[in-house]
Design a protein around this ligand. Structure first.
Ligand SMILES: C[S@@+](CC[C@H](N)C(=O)[O-])C[C@H]1O[C@@H](n2cnc3c(N)ncnc32)[C@H](O)[C@@H]1O
Length: 175
C-alpha cells in the first residue's frame, strides 16, 4: 500500500491551518507523505515537528508544478484520485480504486479544470460541499479497511512520545 497526498491551491494567508490538518490527517491515517503545491515552508515545518515528536516517516515536499508531479506519478504506474464534490459518489466507485501507488488530490481554492481530466477518478464523499479534511479522512479510512488494512492502527516508529490509551486521563510515555 502506498498513498500520497497532493495539496493544490494552498493560499498562505488563508489555508495554513487547514493544510496543516490535511497533512496531519494524512499522516495519522497511514499516508506516506504530502506534496504541497506552494512555496509556503511553514506547513512542512509544523508537520515535521509533529513527526519528530510522535514518530513515523511522513514527509512534506513542496513542489512548483503540480502538473508535472501528476504526470510523473502516472508515468511510473501510479493512479490519481481527485477529491471533488462534483465527482462520482465514493460508495459507487470504491471497488475500482486501488491503494497501491495512489495519489489523492485535495483542493483548497477552485482547482484548475485540467485536474478533472488528469485524474483516474473524480470522487465525491457525498455530493455536497464540506471539508477537504473530512473528505480525506473518510476516503483514507474506507479505502484501506476495504483492502484489509486498519488505518487507525498505523504504527509510528521512533519519535519521542507515545500515548498509552486510557479510559480516563492522559498517559504519555517517553521513548
Ligand atoms: C472547501 S472545498 C472548496 C472547493 C471550491 N470552492 C471549488 O469549487 O472547487 C476544498 C476542497 O475540499 C474537498 N471537498 C469538499 N467537499 C467535498 C466532497 N463532498 N467530496 C470530496 N471532496 C470534497 C475538495 O478536494 C475541494 O477541492
Amino acid at each position: 500500500m502506498k498513498i500520497i497526498i497532493l495539496r493544490l491551491g494552498h493560499r498562505p494567508q488563508r489555508d495554513q491551518r487547514i493544510t496543516t490538518h490535511v497533512g496531519l490527517t494524512a499522516r495519522a491515517l497511514g499516508a506516506e507523505g504530502m506534496l504541497l503545491a506552494s512555496d509556503d515552508s511553514g506547513i512542512g515545518k509544523s508537520i515535521n515537528d509533529i513527526t519528530e515528536r510522535w514518530g513515523g516517516s511522513f514527509y512534506v515536499s513542496r513542489t512548483k508544478s503540480w502538473k508535472s508531479e501528476i504526470n510523473k506519478w502516472k508515468n511510473s504506474g501510479g493512479k490519481v484520485l481527485h477529491l471533488t464534490m462534483y465527482g462520482m459518489n465514493f460508495p459507487d466507485v470504491v471497488g475500482e480504486i486501488t491503494t497501491d501507488n495512489l495519489m489523492v488530490v485535495v483542493g483548497a481554492e477552485k482547482v484548475p479544470p485540467e485536474i478533472y481530466e488528469l485524474a483516474d477518478w473524480n470522487v465525491a464523499v457525498g455530493n455536497q460541499p464540506h471539508s477537504e479534511v473530512a473528505a480525506l479522512a473518510v476516503v483514507l479510512d474506507r479505502l484501506q479497511t476495504l483492502h484489509g488494512n486498519e488505518p487507525l492502527k498505523t504504527e509510528f516508529a521512533g519519535g519521542e512520545l507515545e500515548i498509552v490509551p486510557a479510559r480516563a486521563g492522559k498517559e504519555v510515555k517517553s521513548r
